[in-house]
Design a binder for this molecule. Structure first.
Ligand code: ATP
Length: 299
């Protein structure tokens, strides 16, 4: 029995590491798939004027209908809502409501079948794809940390960013404390082979990485992982600050993220059910009240 217990003692930590490694491998593969998708984009020239024009872009969905395959539409009823330029708009709703599909349509990973999607007043089908994606920043849910140093992580998609821009992105995403804490600051390896970052730090690294590309519209799929009170407060501050310079559209899984949103779009079963501020919706919409009661952690 003792031999068996000793065997378990030595066996279990490697199993734990393997499981953790597997999760990171999966996350890495998902990231690689995305990078591959981006690399495979048709080489369309990005107009310099558009790339340099950092004005916040608004979004309008007008009677949009979409289905992934031949099945019934996922987004039906002609989805309509508006995201004004600048400020923060939140998408909330139960799992399967269609929130991620809205992001996928905006990035043109899929084409809608009916209706119109406007970005900055221009039909999404009229945007050259590379130009559209250059205007959009996307922070995925529970974004993985890439192999390499913190600096490499931040500059991954913006190699030509200046040192000043890097410092500013770090300050805006409240990562100064992290940089100060790491043994070699920005040059410290992070992720699987380096210092492990907390969920809140990983999310802010991903936001900083996206900001360095100077997006006109930031799509943020908020991490579902639990954040401690400090990280939750920081995320709220970061979003509020970023929303002063660009448009932020966030899929919110946390009540704290939406209470100060300029507008909240409540989705349900592929349709838009209600639009308003937190206070308005608490008063007017039963589903929103229910979601608020369960802190939105439903999908
Ligand atoms: P969650 O909060 O769980 O991510 P969501 O509100 O983002 O949910 P979507 O992921 O947009 O919802 O999904 C809307 C509907 O579309 C669901 O019924 C889902 O099963 C379906 N769906 C999502 N992605 C695909 C896909 N790639 N192919 C087929 N159906 C899909």
């Amino acid at each position: 029995l003792i031999a068996f217990l000793l065997y378990l003692f030595y066996l279990v930590p490697p199993i734990g590491q393997l499981v953790q490694g597997g999760v990171q491998l999966q996350q890495g593969l998902a990231a690689m798939k995305r990078i591959k998708e981006i690399e495979e984009l048709p080489a369309e020239p990005v107009s310099v004027a558009a790339a340099e024009d950092g004005r916040p872009a608004g979004v309008r969905f007008q009677d949009v209908v979409f289905r992934y395959g031949d099945d019934r539409p996922v987004v039906h009823d002609g989805v309509s809502f508006e995201v004004p330029p600048g400020g923060m708009t939140a998408l909330v709703g139960p799992s399967g409501a269609g929130k991620s599909t809205v992001f996928a349509l905006l990035e043109r990973f899929y084409e809608h079948q009916d209706g119109t999607i406007l970005v900055d007043g221009r039909d999404i089908r009229d945007w050259p794809l590379a130009e559209l994606r250059a205007a959009l920043g996307y922070v995925e849910q529970d974004a993985p940390v890439l192999a390499g140093t913190l600096r490499e992580n931040l500059l991954f998609a913006a190699q030509d960013a200046t040192e000043d821009e890097l410092r500013r992105a770090i300050a805006r995403t409240r990562l100064d404390d992290l940089v100060a804490r790491l043994p070699d600051g920005l040059e410290t390896p992070v992720g699987h082979r380096g210092v492990l970052l907390s969920g809140g730090e990983r999310q802010r690294v991903a936001i900083a990485r996206a900001l360095l590309r100077k997006p006109r519209l930031l799509l943020l799929d908020e991490a579902t992982s639990q954040l401690d009170a400090v990280n939750e407060l920081r995320l709220r501050e970061v979003i509020a600050e970023v929303a002063q310079e660009t448009t932020v559209l966030v899929i919110a899984h946390r009540l704290s993220t939406v209470t100060n949103a300029d507008r909240i779009v409540v989705m349900e079963a592929g349709g838009v059910r209600a639009v308003g501020t937190h206070d308005e919706l608490v008063g007017e919409d039963e589903l929103y009240r229910e979601l608020a009661a369960t802190q939105f952690l439903v999908g």
